[in-house]
Design a protein around this ligand. Sequence first.
Ligand code: PEP
Length: 250
Amino acid sequence: TIWQQKWVVGNWKMNGQLHDNNALVHKLRSLPAAERVCIGISPPTVYLLQAHNAVQIVLDNKIHVCAQDVSRFADKGAYTGEVSAEMLKDVGVDIVLIGHSERSLYFNEKNDVQRQKIENVLRVGLIPLLCVGESLKEREDGREKEAVAYQLSVFKGLKTQNFAVAYEPVWAIGTGKVATKEQIADMHQFIYNEILSLCGNDANIRILYGGSVNDKNAADIFSVPHVDGALVGGASLKYESFTAIIHAAQ
Ligand code: PEP
């Protein structure tokens, strides 16, 4: 199952258009089967259906289509501009990013909203992938674990056994600054223990690292204990670097 695999999820953010998406996804389709890797691509909402149609779903080489965001509640109704979890499911999405730091930075999305979105996603049977991570200021003040523990508290009391988290120190996103192996190891162990204590021992847990992962540093990052994959921004837009990261995960 995907709960035993390493996940490599490409977060395209607000990038890509029909022509380039098609080229990239068609190249990805021809990747050899990567049995130990769960590959995901996360295009902007308007291109989810395009991605789903273009991804050939073969049992041993499935590319998961992931959404970058979702509405807070309801399957349909008078909520202008929103896209429901039910609709994402309808167009072939199976994983939904929740709480990316850019959403809290630019759209003021905090724990309460993230919690609603997670519940909405779980209700229709999709997998939420919660993004957590401290700011530079929080790390400098030595409060990085406190910050991450607070973000993880949105998981408390959820009716699920499946927990997917991306640890993305805000200071490492799109900056070219990667956390050190020691920093990653320390925080991933902490997140693992936190989820166990919030959610119990039979939880399925995947903890991805995110923050300037590329073809050069991926193998090193994947060698760190409790690193179950990567959430990749910039490097996921180029076929060569994204596939090199997938290979490093195998
Ligand atoms: C991200 O935004 O999820 C991310 C990790 O970006 P980048 O790889 O570009 O740092």
